[in-house]
Write a protein that binds this ligand. Structure first.
Ligand SMILES: [Zn+2]
Ligand SMILES: [Zn+2]
Length: 262
């Protein structure tokens, strides 16, 4: 399994424009974070998780050659504003719409945001096309890989927590972004995984995201081999926080990071 971190920043990205970003070393490329997204290649299948406003640039930067289907974790703009830029991947599929899996509210927002891109509506050639599907508890891919999903609390909505299990290697990857809490069910599903990615927004408390401290406590309970925090703000200067978190066996994800599992 290969994991490519396309983006690791919070909803507005890092650094913030028109803002002093106190404490952030702008000379460190690991402090330049686009909107949170990962691309996972599992048993040869290209799975795109979210497509925010930076999606097109992220694909160019990371040489993303294909998208077989898309998992939209939830309906917030920083995770779906780039869906229209899936057009180049759709063009590789000889007219087959790209399957898009999400929560019920995620699918509802996609229908409202881009009705022209849904296969059930009259087709206008040249646009991207999606076929919308509600994410099941377990999605089994061609070749036997499995993706488990669990709903995570995120303010007034819920986010898909995702656990990828590769069939050929048994490698297990957990992606829990945009959540206030790792529920007991989500914790059990993630326990002992090879790589665990957790929402770790900032040091101060937030109503809909886990803080760094909450992510560290969740990481302790989950006991993954490696744990990363993502969706981080400018308050998480890489050079300052990486050594602090290393003591807790937690790392800070950064844009362009690639992991090979199995
Ligand atoms: Zn977000
Ligand atoms: Zn969100």
């Amino acid at each position: 399994m290969e994991i490519i971190f396309l983006g690791t920043g919070t909803s507005q990205g890092v650094p913030l424009p028109a803002h002093p970003n106190p404490g952030l070393d702008r000379a460190n490329p690991k402090n330049w974070r686009t909107r949170a997204s990962v691309h996972v290649i599992i048993d040869g299948v290209h799975v795109q998780v979210d497509a925010g406003p930076d999606f097109r640039w992220q694909c160019l930067q990371n040489d993303i050659s294909a998208v077989d289907f898309l998992l939209l974790t939830h309906e917030h703009t920083d995770h779906m504003a780039g869906l229209d830029d899936m057009r180049c991947y759709y063009n590789l599929r000889e007219g087959a719409p790209i399957p898009l899996y999400s929560t019920r509210s995620g699918l509802e927002r996609v229908r409202a945001f881009m009705p022209y891109a849904i296969r059930e509506t009259p087709r206008k050639s040249g646009y991207v096309e999606f076929s919308l599907r509600e994410m099941p508890a377990t999605l089994t891919l061609d070749g036997g890989a499995r993706i488990h999903s669990v709903r995570l609390p995120h303010g007034r909505t819920q986010t898909l927590g995702l656990v990828f299990i590769e069939s050929s290697t048994g490698a297990r990857f957990v992606y829990y972004s945009d959540c206030k809490e790792v529920t007991p069910e989500a914790e059990a599903l993630a326990h002992g995984a090879d790589v665990v990615v957790l929402d770790g927004l900032r040091p101060e408390t937030h109503p809909t995201h886990m803080t760094v401290g909450e992510a560290v406590l969740a990481a302790e309970r989950i006991q993954g081999r490696r744990t990363f925090i993502t969706h981080t703000t400018y308050q998480l200067d890489y050079g300052t926080w990486a050594p602090v978190l290393a003591a807790d066996n937690v790392e800070i994800a950064y844009d362009g990071l690639r992991l090979q599992l199995g």
